[in-house]
Design a protein around this ligand. Structure first.
Ligand code: N01
Length: 541
């Protein structure tokens, strides 16, 4: 490690300038803490900074996808219900101005190492490129759930002579141009769907490698007029109140009845409404037992499939995009929102390849492109890996974080242990937001950041008030929390898919519940229960 400059010491160091990092910087500073935020990129946005691929767009709607702090709402107008990446970046610039964040943010600074000094009860923070070391009493990881891109290990990948990139590492210097090119997109998650929609319209030819069909729902995109923006501002208080009561922080919730108690006609009537409302209504606004009752779930898949089939012309493509037998229960993988996705496969310049193990997956790369299992060569100018992330834990395990003994990577190597999805034993004064065993993938980004952030800020205020130097969860508490997280997820059909929700998308990663699925209200109840009893489950020193 480099030399420590005693002047560079903070109460709190925050890592990452996305929703979580920005929120914490503003609120901790307001509470009188000295804070510095380090960000690897050269701008705010976190995931939105990196994900600048063609077609990148959020799939949580306005007015939910924003901070609830009134000062950030007043002078900001959105143009679309589901804004594109550039508009979201502009929003972050707006927030940074309103909250005057810039003076405490250091960009282009990748935190490569965090080491706990037990005798000083401080963290040593190392910035990789500069080798600078900082001291911090507390660390807050705002590194999000999708900061470690995953590219499968393909045979001869390095031999490919064309351009290649992961969706979340799209070059910002414009060095990849897909206009008029032969392009391959591998992967059909949320990123793949958006890439296909955008690139199919400009590429000379697009080949899509789909391993698992995406049971995508219509986005229901709409413009937001000036009058509508005004109405949203007037309604701001009601919106905030509502967000604080729903399962995922949306303005809607599961309908309070069971699909198994409804007949086919009743179900179809509800499903027609939910489907055309757009967004994730058909998933998170559906019957309470959609993700638990196999029959209800199967009926929902049949409903979805009928809608998809009506839009796909080629019978071969239809079989791949919407097979009769679903690969997993409906909604067990993150449902994406689409805008004309299925129609892309009706275009003459688009080829769909079933890249599942029983189909025709990539067997190797060649200098000119990809060879598939059937021996056929496919020539490409550009290959895009929309193959996802070492999600939720990867954002932290990729950094050298060493607590009292082992590193986070070592500690979580065989399974994740956290207390309340924000802290872990052996790592005092270390908090993570939008990470493992929290509502993360089952909550909107802002709602999760604000929920966990409020708790963390109050916790730090408590420690300061009561003259405690450190807080650390007990092993018993994190063992109980893990059991609880697993109990909740065990009741659902979600664990039946190999998804990033359970670490199933990364070879060798332990398969376990990485999210707390009981919903935000129950999560809030539990975290505040601990705080209200002077942080039960924690050791204070
Ligand atoms: O990643 P994913 P993503 N060969 O992991 C496939 C958020 N997000 O970047 O399903 C062939 O979902 C893999 O196939 P399979 C959002 O929360 C939001 O798309 O594992 N294919 C899958 O199709 C989202 O859920 C927005 O069989 C391979 C794809 O790659 C999350 O980020 C936009 C493969 C990966 O899908 C991640 O989305 C973008 C292989 N070896 C992202 N390995 C919006 O808000 C993997 N795949 C709109």
């Amino acid at each position: 490690m480099g030399s420590i400059n005693p002047a560079k010491s903070y109460d709190v160091v925050i890592v990452g300038a996305g929703f979580s990092g920005m929120w914490h910087l503003y609120h901790l500073r307001k509470a009188g803490f000295s804070v510095r935020l380090f960000e690897e990129g050269s701008d705010y946005g976190g995931t939105w900074y990196w994900n600048c691929y063609p077609g990148a767009r959020v799939d949580t709607e306005i007015p939910v996808y924003q901070f609830t702090e009134k000062t950030t709402v007043d002078d900001w107008n959105w143009t679309q219900r589901y804004p594109g990446r550039d508009e979201i970046q502009e929003y972050f610039h707006h927030v940074s101005r309103v909250w005057d964040l810039g003076r405490d943010v250091t960009f282009n600074s990748k935190v490569t190492s965090l080491v706990w000094d037990s005798s000083a009860k401080l963290w040593l923070v190392e910035i990789g490129d500069s080798g600078e070391i900082f001291h911090a009493q507390h660390i807050i990881m705002g590194t999000g759930f999708a900061a470690k891109a995953y590219v499968p290990s393909y045979k001869n990948l390095e031999e490919f002579q064309g351009a290649k990139t992961h969706s979340a590492r799209w070059p910002m210097d414009g060095s990849i141009d897909v206009q008029g090119k032969r392009v391959a997109v591998i992967g059909t998650g949320a990123s793949g769907v958006q890439l296909v929609q955008a690139i199919s319209k400009v590429a000379s030819h697009l080949t899509v490698f789909q391993r698992t069909p995406n049971m995508a729902l219509p986005m229901g995109q709409d413009d937001i007029s000036e009058a509508e923006n005004q109405r949203l501002k007037e309604n701001y208080q009601n919106t905030t109140q509502k967000i604080n009561t729903t399962y995922a922080g949306f303005l809607y919730d599961f309908v309070p009845s069971m699909g198994r108690d409804a007949n086919e006609e009743q179900r179809n009537e509800l499903w027609e409404q939910l489907f055309y409302r757009g967004g994730l209504h058909f998933w998170l606004g559906n019957y309470l037992d959609l993700l638990e009752d196999r029959d209800v779930n199967a009926a929902a898949y049949r409903f979805w499939r009928k809608k998809a089939l009506a839009r796909i012309r080629s019978p071969e493509a239809a079989k791949i995009l919407a097979p009769e037998i679903p690969p997993h229960p409906f909604g067990a993988k993150r449902v994406s929102l689409e805008q004309g996705y299925f129609e892309c496969f009706n275009r003459d310049n688009v080829t769909l390849i079933d890249a599942s193990n029983t189909g025709n997956p990539v067997s190797e790369f060649t200098p000119e492109g990809i060879r598939t299992k059937d021996g056929m060569g496919h020539k490409f100018d550009v290959v895009i890996f929309a193959t996802g992330f070492d999600a939720i834990t990867g954002s932290m395990t990729k950094i050298n974080i060493r607590g009292k003994g082992e590193t986070i990577r070592e500690k979580w190597g065989n399974g994740v242990y956290t207390h309340l999805g924000m802290t872990t034993h052996g790592f005092p004064n270390f908090f993570f937001v939008y990470g493992p065993q929290a509502p993360t993938a089952f909550a909107t980004g802002p709602a999760c950041a604000e929920t966990q952030g409020s708790w963390i800020v109050e916790c730090l205020k408590f420690l300061r008030r009561e003259n405690f130097r450190s807080i650390e969860p007990t092993r018993e508490a994190e063992t109980q929390w893990r059991e609880h997280v697993n109990d909740v997820s065990g009741k659902s059909l979600l664990s039946e898919a190999d998804s990033w929700y359970f670490g199933g998308n990364i070879p060798g990663k332990p398969k376990e519940a990485l999210n707390y699925m009981a919903g935000l209200p129950e999560y809030r109840r539990r975290i505040w229960e601990s705080a209200d009893s002077r942080y039960s489950g924690f050791t204070l020193e």
